[in-house]
Design a protein around this ligand. Structure first.
Ligand SMILES: [Zn+2]
Length: 186
């Protein structure tokens, strides 16, 4: 490679890296607060979404009818876990909102997502006030299970080995999420 071309390539590298890792731009807790505050800017124009306070309570039969398939029912209503790598949302890179697949409550924005390498969609923070957390003991050690504040649907587990500054890894079942692209094209 010519020296000039090499220099140009080196100069371009940090920018490309920043684009690859959306979270690289959130360096301080102030950046995280800004991401949490501006989540509505990721909604398509004119979209109307429910709020966490508008509780959605349905019977088991009603949930079976409402949810698209058996896996969604098992994960959201019975706290099952989808197979790693099985969700198309692992590779979703567009700008938009991740809403609860059970009730439509917006829970994450695309800028809160990062590539964890686990095979599940992963996020380093959430839209504020959308999840309740409880400890479960399905494995030998306690884990923090979180579920949707509006419909009680199970989403995943939160761990403390995520990227700084939050160090949180919200490990979410893809089947519990519905992606709403900002440009309105599903
Ligand atoms: Zn929900």
């Amino acid at each position: 490679m010519e020296r000039r071309k090499l220099l140009l390539a080196l100069a371009a590298a940090p920018l490309a890296f920043t684009r690859l890792c959306a979270h690289a731009q959130a360096k301080t807790m102030k950046d995280i607060e800004a991401l949490q505050k501006n989540w509505k800017s990721f909604l398509p124009a004119g979209a109307s979404v429910p709020a966490a306070g508008e509780a959605l309570k349905l019977s088991k039969d009603e949930w079976r009818k409402r949810l698209p398939n058996d896996l969604a029912y098992k994960v959201l209503r019975e706290e099952a876990t989808e197979r790693a790598g099985s969700s198309a949302l692992n590779d979703e890179k567009r700008a938009g909102i991740y809403a609860c697949a059970g009730c439509g409550l917006p829970v994450f924005t695309s800028e809160m997502k990062f590539e964890s390498g686990t095979g599940w969609p992963s996020f380093f923070t959430t839209i504020p006030g959308v999840f309740d957390i409880k400890k479960d003991f399905y494995l030998i050690y306690p884990r923090s299970e979180y579920h949707c504040k509006r419909c009680g649907g199970h989403h995943g587990h939160v761990f403390d080995d995520g990227p700084p500054p939050t160090n949180q890894r919200w490990c979410n079942n893809g089947v519990s999420l519905k992606f709403i692209p900002k440009d309105g094209q599903a």
